[in-house]
Design a protein around this ligand. Structure first.
Ligand code: NAP
Length: 308
């Protein structure tokens, strides 16, 4: 095991996490990795073991286990949950222990989300850049994902970890590869699924308001490549990789409006013979609560966001 990179992976059964794990399994240096995943499904744990990955049964509430496995890892991928502060704090406690025991600097590649940048009461359109550190520092503490991201950055500032935060926008695409073929991970994004399920339920594609709000999007393969690029870079050339406040990495390859998205879903419904009209209609307030049930999600969908 000497010289091997010990990787702890959370979120292996998810859309983004599965796509990243796929790439780690096919990585040219895969035989130098020892990968441990924490998963809550015993069935999926068995399937993961068949791919040569150690799978421990643990949920994000098993803080002792998270801390223990984090204390042993050189690199942690967290693609499980952007908002579970207690789980992330357990991970950070483990990383601190690992650092104090070995003197090494463990790396955390954490998953946040571009929703953090939404302005609740926009007075002017802001274009966010992950190179603009002052702009990133000015994001209000009350923004979604923010409390977790601040805890992650604090670990970097305290010097016991190197932290990188991937901020995906709306991730789309159908994920593919070993982990998905084996039935371990979800092939589609929960965000797309909610919109499509709502359209199927109301037999007409929908949008928020007039659908004018525009959002960045990114293909799942591009997001996954970003994690691997960061992972490769921080192992081969650590000083070249921004971390802490300089370690936010936006994932975006275009912007579109909810109207455009609604039209695409509507056209798919027409093509499948499920409805005759591809034009989306505005969700009523009752529908928005029924399908999303969260004020936070709704405010995100009403607001535009531009990132570069
Ligand atoms: N998809 C997007 O468009 C998007 C955009 C921006 C940010 N994000 C953020 O990225 C993260 C991952 O997104 P995703 O689309 O890959 O989500 P996903 O497909 O739902 O995957 C979530 C992963 O986290 C695991 N997980 C969730 N809660 C858990 C718990 N309490 N205990 C143990 N495991 C738990 C899931 O395990 P199970 O299989 O056991 O459920 C799964 O492996 C999310 O936090 C999301 O907010 C996603």
């Amino acid at each position: 095991m000497a010289g091997k990179t010990k990787i702890l992976f959370l979120g292996a059964t998810g859309f983004i996490g599965g796509s990243v794990l796929n790439r780690l399994l096919k990585h040219p240096k895969a035989d130098t990795f020892v990968i441990t995943t924490l998963v809550r499904s015993p069935e999926k744990a068995k399937l993961l073991e068949k791919l040569g990955v150690t799978a421990e049964i643990a949920s994000l509430s098993d803080h002792d286990k998270i801390e223990l496995f984090a204390s042993r890892a050189h690199v942690i991928f967290n693609a499980a949950h952007s908002d579970d502060l207690p789980a992330v704090l357990a991970m950070l406690r483990g990383m601190r222990k690992g650092h104090e025991t070995t003197g090494q600097l463990p790396v955390l590649i954490h998953t946040s989300g571009a929703g953090e940048l939404i302005q609740r009461a926009p007075s002017e359109e802001i274009i966010y850049s992950d190179l603009n550190i002052e702009q990133l520092k000015a994001v209000p503490q009350t923004a979604i994902h923010r409390n977790v991201d601040l805890a992650v950055i604090s670990a970097d500032e305290q010097g016991y970890a190197r932290t990188l935060i991937v901020m995906p926008s709306l991730v789309y695409g159908i994920a593919s590869g070993l982990v998905f073929d084996a039935g371990i991970a979800k092939r589609v994004s929960f965000m797309d699924v909610t919109l499509i399920k709502a359209a199927l339920d109301r037999k007409r594609s929908g949008m928020v308001g007039l659908g004018k709000a525009s959002w960045p999007y990114v293909h799942v393969d591009d997001v996954a490549e970003l994690y691997i690029m960061l992972f490769d870079a921080i192992r081969s050339e650590p000083p070249s990789v921004g971390h802490g406040w300089e370690g936010f990495y936006f994932a975006e390859n275009g912007h579109n409006s909810w109207l455009e998205l609604g039209k695409a879903i509507g056209q798919a419904l027409v093509d499948l013979g499920l409805t005759e009209n591809a034009e989306p209609t505005s969700f009523t307030d009752e529908e928005l609560m029924k399908y999303w049930g969260s004020v936070v999600r709704l405010s995100v969908m009403h607001s535009s966001l531009t990132i570069i």
